[in-house]
Every structure is written in structure tokens, then in C-alpha cells.
Ligand binder design. Structure first.
Ligand SMILES: [Zn+2]
Length: 340
């Protein structure tokens, strides 16, 4: 038996260590080898709603006397709702060169923070629910585990917009393609360093607002064009201050045809916040800003039917539901598990 076979065997039979963070039922977690992964890829799950951390230890070292701690891979959760994200954490191993292909086909890298390596993996709202194996190989070890994507129903919306507004924005091929190009270029270029501090705040502070379009809503415009709404629309009076939801670097602050006055903040490690349709922009590209800084004011520029802030968050280049961030922060210790 080769070393890698042994490792796989150890993996298959290695137990999943579940934390004691309020998880009363121990769901069955499939830990499988790459050879058999196709058999499991379509499997559905009858798991309870509980979420827990999974710790995957590649090799047992009970009898080994070693000073070096063994490599460990942890998942912040293995039960993920569509439109959420999860974190993979690697300890006692060098993951600087590791790139793994996630189940969306994107290459993902790990970021170092205080001696451990982290990778943020988004789950797009249109991901098919089910089990997805994850295989990560480094020079020292192969890790095999998986996550289960939970289903979630998103709203549908029919939106009447003046034809002149649509013609100048969504129905203008140049404007639409220019934005697609802009997004494709910007979404991958985040800082590898953690720039946020503590929990993320709502961008309108304590101001009352109405969430007129929620994340993941499937919209049909009066022109017939359809799209996924990849952010939340927060309707509030024009001129209302917009606060930086967390600290970071102003990555973009300018006008765009589709989104009007636009600000993007890079919070590091692949997390960016996107603000559209502003009236005023108070910051400049390259500024490092503290959480709570007034970055601009609410307006109705670009493709907009009234004063509101369109607020989105990307994780690793993919929009996820910003509500998963408000009042919380990406959990690096995996001590607690989100229960929303
Ligand atoms: Zn919007």
C-alpha cells in the first residue's frame, strides 16, 4: 500500500471531530476518496438543521513521538446555505503554494493570518443543493472532505423601469458590457492581508431603511430582461450618510454607467463591499479608511428608480448575501458556528 493509499484509507476512516458548540445531533459526514466521489456527488441529505465544525486529520500519529504538530484542516461549517460562504482553515502546514479548484471551478488560494492558512469559499445562490467533495493537496498531505449545500428559496420580482432609463443603462450594450468587464477585472484583485477589524456594521448605521430587493431575487425588468439581484437594496432618503461597513482600502470610487456613483472597499482576504447609486462620493481610491467612516451619501444615480443604496459583498470574487456579515465577522477560530 502506497503512502497516499494509506493516507486515503486513514482519511476515509478517520473520525470527524465535532465541537461542543451546541450541536446535539451528530450528522453523518461523508468523507470519501476521489475515486468514489462521483457516486456521492448527487446524494441528498436528511441532515438536521444543526451545523458544526468538522476537523479532518489526515494521519493518525498516536504512537509517533514527534515534536511537530500534525497538519489539520478545518471547515467553519459543512452545511452551507445557497448564497452563504464557508472558510477552510489549515494548521501546522505550509499552504502558501496551495491552489485548489472549488466546486464552482474557480482556483482558490489560502491567506495566512497568525500562523494559520485560510480560504474563503463562496456558494453562489444558483448552486444545486447537494453534497460537494473537496480535495486539497499540499506537498505534505492530501485532505479530502466535503460540504453540503442547503437549498434556499429566493424571491421573484417584476420591476417597471422607465424605458429611457433602461435604454441608457441595462439595455445599452456598451454600458452593460463595460460593467461586466469592469466587474471581471475588479473582483479578483483583493488584498491578501486582513484589513477588517471586528464585526461588520450595516452601511446605513442606525438609519431606518426598507429592504426593497433582497439578495438572490430573480428580477424581470419591464423590458423583459432578467437578472439575479446579487446584493440588497436599502431604500432610504437621498443624502443619507453611508458608512464603511468595516475598515479597509478604497479600491474604486468613481462613476459608472450602470451603477452610477460607485464605491468598492477591499476588506482583505477576498472580502469586498460594493456600494452603488450614490449621490456623493467622499473618499478617493487608495484611501485606507476606518470602520464607520462616512464614504458618501445615498442617491439614485445609474440604473435606479429612486433613492436607495445597493449594497453587495463579494467573497473570493462572488457575491454572497450581505446579511451573513451584519453584526458578525468571519470566524477565524471556529469556536462558534453560525446558526442563522
Ligand atoms: Zn440593487
Amino acid at each position: 500500500m502506497t503512502k497516499s493509499k494509506k493516507l486515503l484509507t486513514a482519511l476515509i476512516f478517520s473520525s470527524i471531530i465535532i465541537s461542543s458548540s451546541g450541536c446535539e445531533t451528530l450528522p453523518e459526514v461523508p468523507v470519501i476518496s476521489p475515486e468514489t466521489s462521483s457516486e456521492f456527488s448527487e446524494s441528498s441529505s436528511s441532515l438536521s438543521e444543526s451545523e458544526a465544525e468538522a476537523e479532518i486529520i489526515p494521519e493518525s500519529s498516536e504512537t509517533e513521538e514527534t515534536v511537530e504538530a500534525e497538519p489539520v484542516l478545518k471547515l467553519s461549517s459543512y452545511l452551507i446555505e445557497k448564497g452563504d460562504y464557508f472558510i477552510i482553515k489549515a494548521e501546522n502546514v505550509d499552504f502558501s503554494e496551495v491552489v485548489f479548484k472549488d466546486f464552482l471551478g474557480n482556483d482558490r488560494r489560502f491567506f495566512e493570518n497568525e500562523g494559520a492558512w485560510y480560504c474563503f469559499v463562496p456558494v453562489k445562490p444558483d448552486t444545486e443543493p447537494g453534497y460537494y467533495p473537496i480535495k486539497i493537496s499540499s506537498e505534505e498531505s492530501d485532505f479530502i472532505c466535503g460540504i453540503i449545500v442547503k437549498d434556499k428559496e429566493f424571491k421573484k420580482q417584476y420591476l417597471v423601469v422607465e424605458q429611457a432609463t433602461l435604454d441608457a443603462t441595462l439595455e445599452d450594450t456598451y454600458v452593460r458590457e463595460a460593467f461586466a468587464e469592469f466587474f471581471e477585472e475588479k473582483r479578483w484583485n483583493f488584498s491578501e492581508e486582513k484589513l477588517w477589524e471586528g464585526e461588520f456594521k450595516k452601511p446605513l448605521g442606525d438609519s431606518w431603511y426598507k429592504e426593497t430587493t433582497s439578495f438572490g431575487t430573480f428580477r424581470t425588468f419591464s423590458s423583459g430582461r432578467t437578472e439575479w439581484h446579487d446584493a440588497i437594496d436599502m431604500a432610504v432618503g437621498g443624502g443619507t450618510p453611508i458608512y464603511a461597513t468595516n475598515s479597509g482600502r478604497i479600491y474604486f470610487a468613481d462613476w459608472l454607467g450602470l451603477t452610477g456613483n460607485t464605491i468598492i472597499i477591499d476588506h482583505g482576504c477576498g472580502i469586498m463591499s460594493w456600494h452603488y447609486h450614490l449621490h456623493k462620493i467622499n473618499v478617493a481610491e487608495g484611501d485606507y479608511i476606518e470602520k464607520g467612516t462616512v464614504i458618501g451619501t445615498v442617491g439614485t444615480t445609474g440604473l435606479s428608480t429612486g433613492n436607495h443604496l445597493h449594497f453587495g459583498i463579494t467573497v473570493g470574487g462572488v457575491f454572497v448575501d450581505p446579511n451573513h456579515f451584519f453584526g458578525t465577522e468571519p470566524n477565524f477560530d471556529f469556536e462558534k458556528v453560525k446558526t442563522e
